[in-house]
Design a protein around this ligand. Structure first.
Ligand code: GRG
Length: 297
């Protein structure tokens, strides 16, 4: 038996509330005040919170208490928010709108935006290593290791560099997938792997979650490319139509709209297949995979 829609919507709503409260609580002692304000401006700006929810759902699937994974879920949202702040900077993607409001550097200036991103990134590691009561230190070390790989050259930074290098060039499908598996997929993979690590998951589950995350990661990005073409800035909360303006290579550009949609559906189906052996314990992750392809923002 899979989740009914209303069960899943309830789960999503309740888990999002838990995440929002934990995020609000996570930033306190930062000084000076302007730094705290800038960090909070971006961290508490809304967003779907899909990454922390994936982390908590994965901890549950692995038989853990999701409460113990909350600091890790917060850490992941901090890393994600940092990457959005830096991505929006004039030296990167140069955007004015994020999560329905002016980007961090538009409000606080480039220097503070860079520093707030830096502070969120380091705070993320503090959340896991110093603010995760009740979790065995060996598990926390694994989580720190996973997050450090994902944030650095083997993950977000590496993907971003290849993306910047490809600007204005023709890009083939293999390079496009390299960029997205690193820029977007790596952090999604860390969400489910770290959630399971907090629960002390065995390698076979971590492997299946990795396969699941690689599928939803690429599907997530295909849908992102489609929404950039078909949705409005108002709905997305970020500038729509940017890929076309910047002449970026996207899935719809390389494969066409129909083929892109089919590819996303196939990727999500494969992703779901990887975790089906965990039966009804996998229900939330199965529904989250569908949520990624059905989303409108
Ligand atoms: C400095 C360690 C370090 C890394 C920064 C800037 C950068 C390297 C990487 C860019 C990563 C990036 C912005 C990828 C795009 C990922 C993506 C699809 C974001 C949108 O995610 P949603 O739709 O956004 O989940 P919300 O707002 O809902 O959270």
């Amino acid at each position: 038996m899979t989740n009914s829609n209303s069960d899943f919507e309830k789960y999503l709503r309740e888990t999002k509330t838990i995440v929002e409260e934990a995020l609000d609580f996570s930033l306190g002692p930062e000084k000076p005040d302007i730094l705290r304000e800038s960090m909070r401006y971006s961290l508490l700006a809304g967003g779907k919170r899909i990454r922390p929810i994936l982390c908590l759902a994965s901890c549950s699937l692995a038989g853990g208490d999701p409460k113990l994974a909350i600091p890790t879920a917060v850490a992941i949202e901090m890393i994600h928010t940092m990457s959005l702040i830096h991505d929006d900077l004039p030296a990167m993607d140069n955007d004015d709108l994020r999560r329905g409001r002016p980007t961090n550097h538009k409000v606080y200036g480039d220097a503070l935006a860079i520093l707030s991103g830096d502070a969120l990134l380091t705070r993320a590691f503090e959340m896991v290593s110093l603010r995760s009561p009740g979790v065995q230190p060996e598990r926390l070390i694994k989580v720190v290791g996973e997050l450090s790989l994902v944030a650095g050259a083997p993950g977000l930074v590496g993907g971003q560099v290849v993306d910047l290098e490809c600007e204005g060039k023709q890009v083939d499908l293999e390079t496009l997938e390299y960029i997205h598996l690193h820029k977007t997929g790596a952090l999604l993979k860390a969400c489910v792997r770290t959630g399971a690590m907090i629960a002390g998951a065995e390698e076979n589950l971590l492997d299946s979650l990795t396969t699941y995350a690689e599928g939803i990661g690429l599907a997530f990005q295909i849908i992102d490319d489609i929404l950039d073409l078909t949705s409005s800035s108002e709905t997305l909360g970020k500038t729509a139509g940017k890929d076309l303006l910047a002449d970026k290579t996207t899935y719809p550009k390389l494969l066409g709209m129909e083929e892109s949609k089919n590819r996303a559906l196939k990727l999500v189906e494969n992703a779901k297949q990887a975790i089906r052996p965990w039966g009804k314990d996998a229900n939330h992750l199965l529904s989250l995979a569908d949520f990624i392809t059905n989303r409108d923002r």
